[in-house]
Write a protein that binds this ligand. Structure first.
Ligand SMILES: Nc1ncnc2c1ncn2[C@@H]1O[C@H](COP(=O)(O)OP(=O)(O)OP(=O)(O)O)[C@@H](O)[C@H]1O
Ligand SMILES: [Mg+2]
Length: 278
């Protein structure tokens, strides 16, 4: 793995271009032990919700790779398109090169203009997190039927409407429809897999991209990692699928105009990751 073949060094993964052998032309993902979080009294506190790498957690990369492998293979079995090709070691995966859904800046000469970076898609079985903070008129735990939303990446992620995506030329109407359908299909499979282990997925976040060598086909890229899924062990639905346990589970606050929402029955990534690692 020559350094000159490094395509991208992300917060958690290194992406290499493969230049020889049976996978020549494909990308190699190396899942590293780098972990994000924040510093407190000079010590690193790991938290996947943060965007700064503050240290390493030994074994983290191998766990993320096994978790992602489990779900990518499941998608393959069900003919759901992703960039996944194979897993070749405990922390290395081969994937199809793709272009994340993005768009160059229309007027890069202007100060402050910026490209649209890798779009992210969230999907939600039930209302919580930023959805509830944006729409606090909604009962926490309400069944949202896997509502899909698109987000632009940046210092802070911003919601972008599908109409704006189409009007700016970032995606065509047809691509938006296919992307939403793909995200919902994957969400259904992931949710069912967790349900088979008596766990409920509240929401999740995926990245999509166009295969470099595949008629611009839009597929799931990046990873399905424990860090992008919110999971709970107390889902108690009524006939509409609204969670009836929110009274005991959800803790909200409003201070200086800022809302917070937490769920007591949420299971931490480190506690659910192991069930898919055997
Ligand atoms: N098949 C693919 N082809 C090309 N790039 C990919 C593919 N799958 C994922 N990527 C990109 O590779 C990077 C993976 O690295 P990592 O997840 O560590 O990045 P990250 O720090 O989360 O970066 P970012 O903030 O851009 O997500 C991401 O930017 C992702 O968009
Ligand atoms: Mg990432």
């Amino acid at each position: 793995m020559a350094e000159q073949d490094l395509v991208y060094r992300g917060k958690s993964k290194d992406v290499y271009n493969i230049t020889e052998g049976p996978h020549s032309g494909k990308y190699r993902f190396v899942f590293t032990d780098r972990a994000t979080g924040y510093m407190e009294n000079g010590k690193a506190v790991f938290d996947p919700g943060y965007d700064t790498v503050v240290g390493e957690i030994p074994g983290k990369g191998a766990i993320a790779c096994r978790f992602a492998t489990h779900f990518f293979r499941l998608l393959k079995e069900k003919d759901v398109p992703s960039h996944y090709i194979d897993t070749i070691s405990e922390n290395e995966m081969i994937v199809e090169p793709a272009i994340p859904l993005c768009m160059p800046a229309g007027s890069p000469e202007l100060p402050g203009s910026a490209p649209l970076l890798n779009l992210e898609f969230t999907w939600r079985n039930n209302a919580t997190g930023s959805f509830w903070r944006r729409y606090p008129f909604v009962k926490p735990g309400k069944n949202l039927h896997r509502v899909v939303e698109a987000w632009t990446k940046g210092d802070s992620d911003l919601l972008i409407t599908f109409e704006a995506l189409e009007e700016t030329g970032a995606l065509t109407g047809d691509e938006i429809a296919r992307s939403v359908e793909l995200v919902k299909d994957i969400a259904e499979i992931v949710s069912a897999e967790f349900a088979s282990k008596n766990l409920h997925v509240i929401d999740g976040k995926f990245e999509l991209g166009r295969l470099k060598y595949g008629d611009d086909k839009i597929v799931l890229i990046d990873e399905i990692s424990p860090d992008v899924l919110r999971v709970c062990n107390g889902y108690s639905p009524d006939d509409s699928g609204d969670c009836t346990a929110y009274g005991q589970c959800t803790v909200t606050s409003l201070s200086d105009g800022k809302r917070t929402i937490k769920n007591r029955k949420q299971v931490s990534a480190s506690d659910f990751v192991s069930i898919f690692l055997s």
